[in-house]
Design a protein around this ligand. Structure first.
Ligand code: 5GP
Ligand code: MG
Ligand code: MG
Length: 185
């Protein structure tokens, strides 16, 4: 229940570190180089998905070496991941005009893929030049829909994780590494 002697508010144990700070850093740098090369000379807009994607977004944009603009969006999906059609509600829309631009959606984790599938369609219908997805974490074993993830980050097993933006009951987002939560505890 403690990490480095700090008492955590949520009474669930952190089981183990799944992805270290060094692994996250290296992957962010690799994705940054890859994206910089792919979008060279193009008008790129990064759209971070709040709240989880905000930490990765701030690291990723500094690993990209070409000009870009940014915006943020907040969405929630109907129902649970087990019952959900993945239909999304937009809590906060972007302010930027993305017509005629290349959109790159920046996410913390892709699980079933339902949220991202809807978001991709949503941005495609706004006269964008292209819509791609970048995620720092990826759980391909949980996929319910075959959404194309162009920049897939680090593949992880089917476990509930927190940290590096990801929450449990809105806690743990500030952990600098990715932890597995002990849901049996
Ligand atoms: P999906 O791909 O299922 O539509 O939605 C993925 C979203 O659900 C992620 O962006 C994340 O916000 C949340 N999510 C999925 N798996 C986990 C997990 O293991 N831990 C946490 N904290 N959130 C998760
Ligand atoms: Mg998310
Ligand atoms: Mg969450």
């Amino acid at each position: 229940m403690t990490k480095d002697g700090v008492k955590l508010i949520v009474p669930y144990k952190l089981k183990e570190i799944l992805v270290t700070q060094a692994q996250l850093h290296n992957k962010v740098q690799e994705l940054g180089r890859w994206i910089s090369a792919d979008y060279e000379g193009q008008e790129l807009v990064l759209i971070g998905i709040l709240k989880g994607g905000a930490i990765f977004m701030s690291d990723l944009m500094r690993a990209i070496t070409i000009p870009l603009s940014i915006d943020y969006m907040s969405v929630s999906s109907y129902g649970t991941s087990a019952t959900s059609s993945g239909a999304i509600v937009i809590r906060k829309d972007i302010d930027a005009d993305i017509r005629g631009k290349h959109v790159l959606i920046v996410e913390d984790l892709i699980d079933t893929g339902l949220t991202l599938n809807h978001l991709k369609e949503h941005f495609r219908s706004r006269d964008t030049l292209s819509v791609r997805i970048c995620t720092i974490l990826n759980k391909p074993s949980r996929r319910q829909i075959d959404v194309q993830v162009e920049y897939p980050g680090i593949e992880i097993p089917d476990a509930f994780v927190v940290g590096y933006g990801l929450d449990y009951a809105d806690q743990y987002r500030n952990l600098p590494e990715v932890w597995v939560v002990d849901t049996e505890g």
